[in-house]
Design a protein around this ligand. Structure first.
Ligand code: AFP
Length: 320
């Protein structure tokens, strides 16, 4: 899609952007509905005043953990939207039908990722995948993805297969276009490293040492959404939560966290692999499936693939 002329860009809100992009009407409405829900979740975060599960609110009612109340807000918004047939969430044990059964879309949600960071006032976020079929299908069914970052500003990045675009929630409560067709550079300058160093495999450790020798700057908050958002908005770098000695599949969940972010990163000209295979090419076998991840600009991800496969090549490491 051509960039909207500068004259109108500052006044392009989310609905107008999706209409100009020619996105299918029900998908436009669903993305809009979820973006609006982000405002309610943000209000819940501020209302919670750092109270989490187990505390009483002012009505002496049990205060739900923020991630559970965020899930309930999403469910209530999507249940009668008319566009969502099934809903899967990190907060639920199974996929639930929340439509009549003839709706077009299936939604995955990490309603509030990084909720353990709320008490530190660090940024956290919501991650959404929108599928045209059952959600355990990876690239074959994913048609859109978005994340909302609750930080000093509320920002939202979405893609429906025509580039990744960032919007900022303004004082009037409108999502206004701030960065259209985000395009990552070939390589970046930041790296974001999950997992305990003493649990890293040798190949992963050698990859990290390479990045450090190249002068990459460490940026890691413990929140997947802001850590990915930083690579998206700075247009390069790598986030990794690798396979660990004690947990071969790493920590992050394939359908709720990794595949939506992989979709957005690929739409921005980046890549996402598990060390060998594209994240989006993995067909999930269960809702709770986890995967190692290397996600960001192409240079760093291809370099990761080289290091992660080094020990498989005869004679071990070559000059990489
Ligand atoms: P919480 O949702 O429990 O805060 O976990 C956040 C997360 O799933 C993801 O957002 C981070 O990238 C990752 O965990 C951080 O994990 P470590 O705490 O092991 O660094």
């Amino acid at each position: 899609m051509d960039n909207i002329s500068d004259a109108t860009k500052h006044f392009v809100d989310l609905r107008r952007h999706m209409w100009i992009a020619g996105i299918e009407v029900d998908l436009r409405r669903l993305i809009w509905q979820i973006a609006v829900t982000g405002k309610y979740i943000s209000a819940k975060i501020h209302e919670s005043n750092r109270k989490l599960a187990g505390f009483k609110n002012i009505y002496d009612e049990d205060q739900l953990a923020l991630d559970k109340s965020s899930d309930q807000i999403l469910q209530s918004q999507l249940r009668f939207s008319g566009f969502v047939r099934e809903y899967a969430s990190e907060e639920l044990d199974s996929v639930i039908q929340i439509g009549k059964g003839d709706e077009k879309y299936y939604v995955t949600a990490d309603p509030l990722d990084g909720s353990s960071l709320v008490d530190t006032n660090l940024s956290i976020g919501t991650i959404i995948g929108i599928h045209k079929g059952p959600v355990l299908s990876g690239r074959n069914s994913l048609v859109a993805a978005m994340y909302i970052t609750y930080g000093p500003l509320i920002t939202m990045v979405y893609s429906a297969g025509k580039g990744s675009h960032e919007f900022v929630l303004n004082r009037e409560g409108e999502y206004v276009l701030s960065s259209e067709n985000i395009t990552l550079h070939e390589r970046g300058t930041i790296y974001s490293l999950g997992g305990l160093r003493n649990e890293w495999t040798d190949d992963h450790r050698r990859y990290v040492e390479y990045l450090e020798a190249e002068g990459y700057k460490l940026r890691y908050s413990g929140g997947f959404v802001p850590d990915i958002n930083q690579i998206m908005i700075k247009k390069g770098g790598v986030f990794t939560y690798p396979s660990l000695k004690t947990s071969g599949k790493g920590k992050l969940r394939l359908i709720f966290e990794l595949q939506p972010m992989a979709f957005l990163m690929e739409q921005a000209g980046g890549m996402a692999i598990d060390g060998h295979t594209d994240i989006l090419s993995i067909v999930p076998e269960s809702l709770d499936q986890r995967s190692p991840v290397y996600i960001g600009s192409k240079f760093e991800i291809e370099k990761a693939r080289e290091y992660l496969n080094a020990s498989k090549r005869k004679g071990g490491l070559h000059d990489l």
